[in-house]
Design a protein around this ligand. Structure first.
Ligand code: ADP
Length: 246
């Protein structure tokens, strides 16, 4: 299995404070890789470095052979690394279908021959993405009226509209009922199994983490303190006792 994303010695400083402090991370294509750690560990900062929202202070970041460290978010997204963001509140009155169509338009905006392609294909392509996240029956529903779980599924759909190879999910099951969490887990597993998508996720719920992940990276105070196959990390008593409170 080839490595899709490789971070080497990645650092992000805010003044003299290193929120991400020399992180090495290797994510194999087609796997689900969780990044966990207590609050303040540096997970969000790491995600912002991966998506280009923040520039690394030093270190390397390679995505499929491209050095992406410091490249702007739109460039990184076009290369195939997309994050699902909590964006549904921005256009609360747009329907699910309109939202996903808008995301597809943004992906295609540089294509010259898109006008002819547009009208015939856009709805079909949007419905395919909507179906993939299980929202077909809500296509014509305003996003503001969706349940919390369905809004998060829509956010995944908006990211999938970028046709990414690597999807970043920041706490995908946060605030969800057990039923909604199970559906999100099944959705993420399906993306990897059926579409070969690679997923990096940050998650607080340890049952979800160890139920879903191939690999787990544990961060603490900006550093990686454990890293490996999920079963190995779970069996690391020191990590589990000190950092995960179990
Ligand atoms: P996590 O997502 O694991 O909770 P964060 O990446 O959000 O951790 O934060 C890591 C540390 O970096 C925290 O101590 C936080 O206060 C600090 N930090 C994050 N962003 C900034 C910023 N823009 N300026 C200063 N400090 C920051």
């Amino acid at each position: 299995m080839s490595d899709l994303l490789v971070a080497s010695g990645l650092v992000r400083a805010f003044g003299s404070f290193h929120a991400v402090d020399g992180v090495d991370l290797t994510v194999a294509e087609g796997t689900i890789h969780s990044v966990i750690g207590p609050n303040g560990a540096g997970k969000t900062t790491l995600f912002r470095l991966l998506t280009g929202i923040l520039r690394p202070t030093s270190g390397r970041l390679d995505f499929d052979g491209d050095q992406i460290g410091g490249k702007p978010p739109d460039v990184v997204a076009r290369l195939g690394l997309a994050q699902a963001f909590q964006t549904t509140n921005i256009f609360p009155r747009m329907t699910v279908l309109e939202s996903v169509r808008a995301a597809l338009v943004s992906r295609h905006r540089r294509t010259r021959d898109m006008l002819s392609w547009f009208h015939s294909r856009l709805t079909d392509e949007a419905m395919e993405v909507i179906d993939r996240v299980g929202l077909s029956e809500f296509a014509d529903v305003e996003s503001q009226t969706l349940s919390h779980g369905d809004q998060r599924a829509l956010e995944v759909a908006l990211a999938l509209a970028m046709r990414p190879r690597l999807l970043l999910l920041d706490e995908p099951t946060a605030g969800m009922s057990p039923f909604e969490s199970q559906r999100m887990v099944a959705l993420v597993q399906g993306l990897t199994r059926d579409m070969g998508l690679t997923v990096i996720l940050s998650e607080h719920d340890m049952d979800t983490v160890f139920g879903i992940s191939d690999e787990v990276t544990v961060m603490h105070q900006g550093k990686v303190i454990a890293d490996g196959p999920a079963a190995e990390v779970r069996a690391n008593d020191e990590v589990m006792a000190i950092y995960l409170g179990s």
